[in-house]
Design a protein around this ligand. Structure first.
Ligand code: MTE
Ligand code: MOS
Length: 747
């Protein structure tokens, strides 16, 4: 049995020895490779009045300047036709307006600086609040509604309202965007790309070049992280490389350096939310009326589905009988904000967790009790009408965390210690996660696989999912080995290619293992079914290799294409109703922090997590996903502070935090001193491959426990019952100002 075994990541040894090859490692070994460098606009919003590439050709080593005139197909790099690859109107500071190909990257860079561009600057909208004031929106404006919000609020014993504006997040995958394009004798294109969505990269490249999909192959060996940032954003860079390769006949490498990646590629959406909430006397949620506005940046990209998921997660783990939530996407002159681990879910959940954290003192109810009291119970449905199956797991995980973290005793201990310690306070909080698994858009919930058994009995598998460090390939090897009853060493995995498995969905929505695992299993089972009669003719002790050999001689097909689609899903994206998710993933975290009153600096002292992964396919991989997701969430909520220039000067709209020196990422020093992760037991999930559950995104939202623990610690600096308004990210600076705030309303 291989599924369920504790195994290292299949490339762990390659990763830690530096031997693992990423796209650009291959690119710099390609003979005759040309290097692409962007010409970036120095305005947040401007018209291009003149673009002259000629001076670039005087730079030694410059081979070709790519402009809109070179595009044989459609000059657009998105799926919404609102993203010109070579724009005439600059929509954000740093946007590429042309690309230069050089014999060296240095030649391309100097050539890019020599391209002459005249701009006519125009007024720009940089913040979401400015966009709201200017009425600058894009795309659909969905409304999620259930029950009667007015009646719910009117009948509520307590009604509160508020507003929050919270930040997005830079993906900061270790490997920046990268593509390598080559052309064959016939002009067909092969792309090695760091992409979570090879099929869509293929489609966009094909439409930019005016080719059919069968003339473009996209291959992804592995990514050094994607986190959603490579779901839709790699396409344009891949198209630039492919265009260059078609025009010059030489391999072209397009790889962003860190500063380019940060200034040019999209990030997690920051949101603004305005809300009104009603509770009964016992603190039970009665009604929620909210408007969520996301900062979409200059184009739609994935902003609409991100907003759908935000609306579908505004309930988090709580039953709210009357709900009305409006969603809208602001258009701002910034990078086009995109998918990021959780895909809007975290933003929706932040709203309700912030509401509960702020309202608890107003209701005079302890936040732990307030959250627990509002949990879904079996039989209740979400605001979009999906039954909350296995709601009891929420309570079970919650009680387990309370118990194993010694929560009650530590609360008392902390209260005692805080009373003696005027300048350093500790805080403790516990928060739940409920996260829907499947793509909201039903059609994406399909996958394919190709399994080859060779004559010597060795097995090679291909599937439509991509590896970005999350361990999908490790799980797929385990699934194939288990399905075929072989030791895992007999199975190898080939890189993801659109000419092997076509029409794939993005590896996203945490569904990679659910979808591709089921497709791999299907292919293996087809092969086993064909081998069964062969085996029957042989002696009972016949080995796998003997059966395979006999089957080959019998002319039995030894390879199979597998397919899977998730059954039972429905989603009406206009009405915002249906059952879009196969199941929910649950988790609970308790976090303790300590905060210094003079500086706002804090430490995460201890974190206890119980997380539901069903029957884990690969416990070590899953534990790594839980730890990594959690820490990435802590980064989003407490450290990572994206700042744009908001002045009226010439650099308005410029991203001020363009490097790790100014953008604070979580590192070893921010890790909780004590981090305990437990997988929820008795959690088999029916109808999913080997009873497992998705794990990629849900743990990110366990980090709300840290934000709420900070709120608890800040409250300890104030009189009892003070409402603490906490900015997000709750950086040390923000915590300092929350400690200093005098505006807290006593309960
Ligand atoms: N883990 C690592 N190490 N690197 C990543 O880029 N991406 C996350 C998550 N875990 C990511 C990761 C995101 S956003 C998603 S949607 C899932 O992995 C995608 O993979 P899966 O569907 O196989 O879980
Ligand atoms: Mo993940 S945000 O769905 O790529």
């Amino acid at each position: 049995m291989s599924v369920g075994e504790t195994r290292p990541h299949e490339s762990a040894a390659l990763h830690v020895t530096g031997r693992a090859l990423y796209t650009d490692d291959v690119a710099i070994r390609a003979p005759q490779v040309l290097h692409a460098h962007p010409v970036c606009a120095p305005h947040a919003h401007a018209m291009i009045t003149r673009l002259d590439p000629k001076p670039a050709y005087d730079v030694p080593g410059v081979v070709r300047v790519l402009t809109a005139d070179d595009v044989p197909g459609v000059n657009d790099s998105g799926t919404k036709h609102d993203e010109p690859l070579f724009p005439t109107e600059v929509m954000f500071h740093g946007q590429a307006v042309a690309w230069v190909l050089g014999e060296s990257l240095e030649a391309a860079r100097i050539g890019a600086a020599a391209v002459e561009v005249d701009y006519e600057p125009m007024p720009s909208i940089v913040t979401v609040v400015e966009a709201i004031e200017a009425g600058s929106f894009q795309g659909a404006r969905p409304r999620l509604e259930r029950g009667d919000v007015e009646a719910g609020l009117a009948g509520a014993a307590h009604v509160f309202e508020g507003e929050i504006d919270f930040a997005g997040q830079e993906h900061f995958y270790l490997e920046t965007h990268a593509s390598l394009a080559t052309v064959d004798d016939d002009g067909r294109v092969h792309l090695l790309a760091s992409t979570q969505h090879p099929t869509e990269t293929q489609e966009i490249v094909a439409h930019v070049l005016g080719l059919a999909s069968h003339e473009v192959t996209v291959e992804c060996v592995r990514m050094g992280g994607g986190f959603g940032g490579k779901e839709m954003q790699p396409h344009g860079y891949a198209a630039v490389a492919a265009l260059g390769a078609r025009l010059t006949g030489r391999p072209v490498r397009a790889r962003l350096n860190r500063q380019q990646d940060m200034t040019m590629s999209g990030k997690r959406h920051g949101f603004h939310a305005r809300w009104k909430v009603g509770f009964d006397d016992e603190g039970r949620l009665q009604a929620l009326d909210a408007t969520l506005t996301s900062d979409g940046g200059w184009s739609l990209d994935l902003s609409e589905p991100v907003m759908s998921r935000a609306l579908c997660h505004v309930d988090n783990a709580y039953w709210i009988p009357n709900v009305r939530v409006d969603g809208r996407v602001a258009r701002t002159h910034k990078t086009s904000q995109t998918a990021f681990r959780g895909f809007g879910g975290p933003q929706g959940m932040l709203v309700i967790e912030d509401i509960l954290g702020r309202c608890a003192p107003l209701l005079g109810i302890d936040p732990t009790e307030l959250r627990r009291r509002n949990f879904y119970v079996e039989g209740q449905t979400t605001p979009y009408g999906q039954p909350v199956r296995h709601a009891e797991r929420l309570g079970r995980a919650w009680d387990q965390v309370l118990d194993t973290s010694d929560f009650a005793a530590r609360c008392e201990d902390i209260a005692r210690a805080n009373a003696q310690s005027p300048h350093r306070k500790r805080g403790l909080a516990i928060t739940p996660v409920k996260f829907g698994i499947s793509f909201n858009f039903t059609s994406f919930n399909q996958a394919g696989a190709l399994v080859h058994v060779y004559k010597d009995g060795s097995v090679l598998i291909n599937h439509g999912g991509t590896e970005m460090g999350q361990g999908l390939h490790t799980k797929m090897l385990q699934v194939a080995a288990t399905a075929l009853g072989l030791p895992i060493e007999r199975v190898r995995l080939a890189s993801t290619r659109t000419d092997k498995v076509p029409n794939t969905s993005a590896t996203a929505a945490s569904s990679g293992a659910d979808l591709n695992g089921a497709a791999v299993k299907d292919a293996c089972e087809q092969i086993l079914a064909r081998l069964a009669p062969v085996r029957e003719r042989l002696v009972p002790t016949a080995t796998w290799d003997e059966v395979v050999r006999a089957a080959y001689l019998d002319r039995v097909q030894l390879w199979a294409a597998g397919f899977y689609k998730t059954e039972g899903l429905s989603w009406d994206q206009v009405a915002m109703r249906g059952e879009p998710f196969k199941y929910f993933a649950y988790g609970v975290a308790a976090a303790e922090v300590s905060v210094d009153g003079f500086t706002g600096a804090y430490q995460v002292e201890r974190v206890d997590i119980v997380h539901d992964v069903g029957d884990s396919l690969s416990p070590l991989v899953d534990t790594g996903q839980i730890e990594g997701g959690f820490v990435q969430g802590v980064g989003w909520l407490t450290l990572e502070d994206l700042r744009w220039d908001l002045s009226d000067g010439p650099s308005r709209g410029r991203l001020a935090t363009q490097a790790a020196s100014t953008y604070k990422l979580p590192s070893l020093s921010e890790m909780p001193a004590d981090l305990r992760v437990t997988l929820l037991d008795r959690a088999t999930e029916d109808g999913v491959v080997y009873g497992s559950k998705a794990v990629g995104e849900p743990p990110l939202m366990l980090a709300f426990s840290v934000r709420e623990a900070l709120r608890d610690a800040v409250a300890a600096f104030h009189p009892p019952g003070t409402v603490v308004d906490l900015a997000s990210p709750a950086t040390p600076e923000a915590v300092f100002w929350a400690i200093r705030a005098t505006g807290g309303r006593p309960g």
